[in-house]
Design a protein around this ligand. Structure first.
Ligand code: ATP
Length: 601
């Protein structure tokens, strides 16, 4: 049977892997902890000598013991500081590595995984789960070494003083640990569930903020608020269950701690009165019991918080188990001769089948070949798979059957990073980073000079509106470019593509959501940048692709017609139907608008 990578043992092992690079500092921490334990036990030994020498009124011995005690306690303080500092450093390093590991893993995660998980949930794992794991490491790591050691040392010392009292203690400690373990068992599960609901609550909060305008317009506060409240309530329920468990474990421990100390003091006192135990040993025994009470109290708590931490870690490690994009493949250098051969098609899809969910086919036996330096348009009804073709060409997804060639070589053999450097993409929903306009444009060519940026903006018809902004090229665009209009965002994206100067341009309905004036500006910019490039354009509005060299009509995942605009109109097939339907709709819309305008006038 396949072993579950998320069971507690496996999760702990994976956590331990993060400690590997720090074996040196962990060894030092262990040595300091051993020193700490030795000093603590030495204090007990000195106490015994102190009582014995004061009873015997040996002042010289007494002053030596007091001096030793002061030195030992001082050294103990320094060792405790070192132990805490070293453990804190280890946990800080481990958490840094874990965060780096997760974020570098996320960068290379397959698009399918990101698509099928809410970004808010992923962010929640990255922030809440990491933060609670960090708290665990910071608080508990030093105790994981020190507490078991002190417990063992104290037990050994006690054997020499009185093994019978010790036996009673061991039985009680085992009982405490057993009860704590049983009671804390569900904590790991509750923590995982709490993290899951927290992720969902965060996703709803993120949706509400991202779609704030739509939320206001549709009065969705109540609906989303209820959904958010439901998830928060579940988080609360799980956390209350965890707290309930913690409280029971701690209460039982308290009772179980008082009982052995009281019993041992009573029994020891009885032995001292009988003369079977000297007063020095009795006082030392009670001191040792007190020393032992901390690990006896903390170890079960450590087991409980370890369970909680494994729950959190397992939630986090799930991300690390998500499949990654491959990193290997051929470089541009290796494929140079193919890239320079103008006879080879830059992009070719052959008999490509694709399904997102493994059942319903989005593309079925699709054949598509782009000609070097020519513009090919794909048209088709909404949901026919046009954008999916672009995603496959960019290597975000892989075909379930068939193949894709880039400059005559299988995309599956290319390095994905190198392959993507051959494309510039301008899509209907342009993503701008929350940085300045200049930075957003320069992402097309990292390190580009301001002159290059301005030149690109000019080609993209963006320069004029940029210089009119109060801070010009240094204007911050806001989250997802929220401080710019749709048309302005598109022209920034085009400027980015100009700077990138990649040989293949992928345009995914870049003018579909623009008004007539913005559309004209964007269209004009696009016409400038497509010169000499191989272009694949997806269009809803068919009049925008009338000049394309080749038009492919997509229906139910396959190309059903192809040709120029004129030849397809002549053919009187699906394209011509779509075209005239749009034409009539637009005509209708224009005459309605004209009627409205004349009515107003
Ligand atoms: N990430 C995804 N996961 C699952 N199904 C998806 C995903 N993206 C798209 N689909 C489905 O695949 C089909 C094709 O989608 P695609 O976006 O390629 O169509 P399209 O022709 O570009 O549509 P439109 O013109 O409306 O943008 C649709 O049925 C859509 O619901």
């Amino acid at each position: 049977m396949k072993k579950n990578r998320n069971d507690e043992g496996s999760v702990l092992k994976r956590c331990m892997l993060y400690t590997k690079p720090y074996t040196g500092i962990i060894s030092l921490c262990t040595i300091v902890s051993v020193g700490n334990v030795a000093l603590d036990v030495f204090v007990a030994y000195l106490l015994r000598r102190l009582v014995s020498s004061s009873l015997a009124s040996m002042y010289k011995e007494l002053s030596i013991v007091v001096l030793l005690m002061i030195l030992t306690i001082t050294a103990g303080i320094i060792f405790k500081y070192l132990k805490r500092y070293l453990a804190g450093s280890i946990s800080t390093y481990i958490m840094r590595d874990m965060k780096e590991n997760i974020s570098s893993h996320l960068e290379n995660i397959k698009a399918l995984k990101v698509d099928s998980n809410h970004s808010g949930e992923i962010t929640s794992r990255m922030t809440n789960s990491v933060a609670s794991l960090q708290r665990f490491f910071e608080l508990d790591l030093s105790d994981f070494i020190y507490q078991p050691l002190i417990l063992i040392a104290v037990l050994i010392y006690m054997i020499f003083i009185n093994w019978k009292i010790l036996l009673v203690n061991i039985i009680l400690i085992l009982l405490i640990s057993f009860i704590a373990m049983v009671l804390s068992k569900p904590i790991s599960k509750y923590t995982q569930e709490a993290q899951l609901h927290l992720g969902k609550a965060n996703s709803i909060a993120q949706d509400t903020i991202d779609g704030i305008h739509m939320v206001k317009a549709l009065n969705l506060y109540d609906t989303l608020g209820k959904k958010f409240g439901k998830e928060v309530l579940k988080v609360l329920e799980k956390n209350l269950k965890i707290e309930k468990r913690y409280s029971i474990v701690i209460s039982i421990q308290m009772i179980m701690l008082i009982v052995p100390i009281s019993l041992c003091t009573l029994y020891g006192g009885y032995l001292a009165v009988k003369g079977d135990m000297d007063p020095g040993s009795l006082i030392t025994f009670v001191f040792l019991l007190n020393l032992m009470s901390t690990p006896a109290f903390i170890i079960p708590q450590m087991i409980t918080s370890l369970k909680s931490a494994t729950g959190t870690a397992s939630h986090l490690f799930e991300i690390l188990d998500w499949e990654q994009e491959r990193k290997d493949g051929d470089t541009l250098e290796k494929l140079k001769s193919s890239l320079e051969n103008k006879e080879i098609s830059p992009v070719e899809l052959s008999n490509v089948n694709f399904s997102y969910d493994g059942t319903s086919k989005v593309l079925a036996g699709l054949d598509l070949k782009l000609e070097n330096g020519k513009t090919t348009a794909i048209v088709g009804a909404s949901g026919s798979g046009k954008s999916t073709i672009l995603k496959l060409i960019c290597g975000f997804y892989e075909p379930t059957e068939g193949y894709i060639n880039l400059f005559g070589n299988r995309l599956s053999t290319w390095s994905l990073t190198e392959a993507r450097s051959l494309f510039s993409i301008v899509s209907q929903d342009t993503y701008l980073f929350p940085a300045t306009i200049a930075e957003n444009i320069s992402f097309g060519k990292p390190g580009a000079s301001l002159n290059e940026i301005i030149e690109a903006a000019m080609t993209a018809n963006a320069h004029e509106f940029i210089v009119e902004l109060p801070e010009g090229y240094n204007t911050l665009v806001g989250e997802q470019g929220s401080r710019l209009s749709g048309g302005q965002r598109q022209r920034i994206a085009i400027a980015r593509a100009v700077l990138k100067n990649a040989p293949i341009l992928l345009l995914d309905e870049p003018t579909s959501s623009l008004d007539i004036i913005s559309e004209a500006l964007v269209q004009d910019a696009l016409e400038k940048i497509i010169v000499g490039k191989t272009v694949l354009v997806i269009a809803h509005r068919l009049f925008t692709i009338k000049k394309a060299d080749d038009i492919m009509v997509l229906n139910q995942g396959r190309i059903v017609e192809k040709g120029t605009h004129e030849s397809l109109i002549k053919k009187d097939g699906l394209y011509s139907k779509l075209y005239f339907k749009q034409f009539l709709t637009q005509e209708g819309a224009s005459s309605n608008a004209a009627r409205e305008v004349s009515g107003v006038c």
